[in-house]
Design a protein around this ligand. Structure first.
Ligand code: AMP
Ligand code: ZN
Length: 112
C-alpha cells in the first residue's frame, strides 16, 4: 500500500517525531496551521475514524491515552484542539487516520 503515513510510521520517509511507541507515532505537521501543529497516528493502517471497529479500537485508546503528555511536552498548558478529518466532505487528504493537535495560541471559535 502506498500510504505516506505508514511510511512515516515505518521511518521510510523523514518526519519530525515528537513521540512514538509500539502502537502510535506523533510528529510535526509539515504545513502547520497553528504555532503547535502535531499529528498523531496509529502504526496500523486505519483509513479514517469512520473505519474504527472492535478489532482496531485499541489504537484509538492508545492515541488518547498519550495525547495529554504529548500536548504537555509541546507546551500546550492552556488548552488545545484535536481534529480528525474524515472523507471527502471532511476534507481528509491523507487516508490514514490521524488526529491533528493544534494550539499555542487562542484558536478560532469557528470550526468550519
Ligand atoms: P488532512 O487534511 O486532515 O488529511 O491532514 C493531512 C495533514 O498531513 C496536513 O495537515 C498536511 O500538512 C500533513 N502532511 C502531509 N504530508 C506530511 C508529511 N510528509 N509530514 C508531515 N505532515 C504531512
Ligand atoms: Zn497507512
Amino acid at each position: 500500500m502506498d500510504c505516506i503515513f505508514c511510511k512515516i510510521a515505518a521511518g521510510e520517509i523523514p518526519s519530525t517525531k515528537v513521540f512514538e511507541n509500539d502502537k502510535i507515532v506523533a510528529f510535526k505537521d509539515l504545513n502547520p496551521q497553528a504555532p503547535v501543529h502535531l499529528l498523531v497516528i496509529p502504526r496500523e493502517h486505519i483509513a479514517s475514524a469512520d473505519e474504527v471497529n472492535a478489532d482496531n479500537a485499541l489504537s484509538i485508546a492508545e492515541i488518547f491515552k498519550n495525547i495529554p503528555s504529548i500536548a504537555a511536552d509541546a507546551g500546550l498548558t492552556n488548552g488545545y484542539r484535536i481534529i480528525t478529518n474524515i472523507g471527502e466532505d471532511g476534507c481528509q487528504s491523507v487516508k490514514h487516520m490521524h488526529f491533528h493537535i493544534l494550539g499555542g495560541t487562542k484558536l478560532a471559535e469557528r470550526m468550519c
